[in-house]
Design a protein around this ligand. Sequence first.
Ligand code: IPE
Ligand code: IPE
Ligand code: MG
Length: 264
Amino acid sequence: MLVPSPLMSTFVEARNIPSHVAIIMDGNGRWAQLRDLPRVAGHREGSRTVRRMVRACRRLGVKALTLYAFSEQNWERPEIEVDALMELLREFLLSERDEILGNGIRFNAVGNLGRLPGLVRAVLEPLKEASRDNDAMTLTLALSYGGREEIAAVARELARQVKAGEIDASEIDAELLHRRMPSLSVGDPDLVIRTGGEQRISNFLLYGLAYAELYFSNALWPDFSEHDLHAAIASFQGRERRFGLVGQDPRLLTIPPQARAANG
Ligand code: IPE
Ligand code: IPE
Ligand code: MG
């Protein structure tokens, strides 16, 4: 079955929806700059896009959506911007609470959450708790998050356990590390989308990215539409994931057109 996108030009196959979609929501500042507005206006508009994308992913049947909302490195931005982002985060959590609970969404957050202001944690923790048994979709916000910091935290805890004699160092393997990564409790990301035109990872989900499909969109996050999301998913659906094995796809879909032309 095909689900037509709003503009009817991209078709998403209903049976091959990525289970875990992760998004690096970038471009809010530039969106505002283009309009001679303060950066915070871009962040406000960006939070509207978050709302739309949560709805769109739920409609498509995505099981887990992870959104990179604030990196550990973003704390170094000007105080006025950091404060505005924290306020917007609090507003978002308050205004979305009913929709999250009403739609059976489990809300989660990963990152160095202890660094968040008390006013944010005061709304974040209760929402996490109230939604813990929901299973329609897991919405995870990566907040004060860094992929390297997450790996370091897991390594630190494992070292502590080895020292305490709780586990043996020989038990530490890639799978154990994976099980310990809070960002991967919903499984590896299948599709990672970055908006805003940059083609980099910026310290997001480093451990889980091993075999993720990457998709870069030039749309600035406030402009990212349901149609753009469908285009990203359609691109994912046209790829053959090989996980280090040998390709099986007889349609040779994964030979880039230029390479096909160059090889007759
Ligand atoms: C992404 O938009 C939001 C956060 C990082 C908090 P930016 O604020 O990075 O926007 P640009 O990249 O400067 O346009
Ligand atoms: C990545 O965007 C972080 C988030 C989207 C939260 P940045 O704007 O912080 O990343 P760089 O500076 O372009 O690498
Ligand atoms: Mg940016």
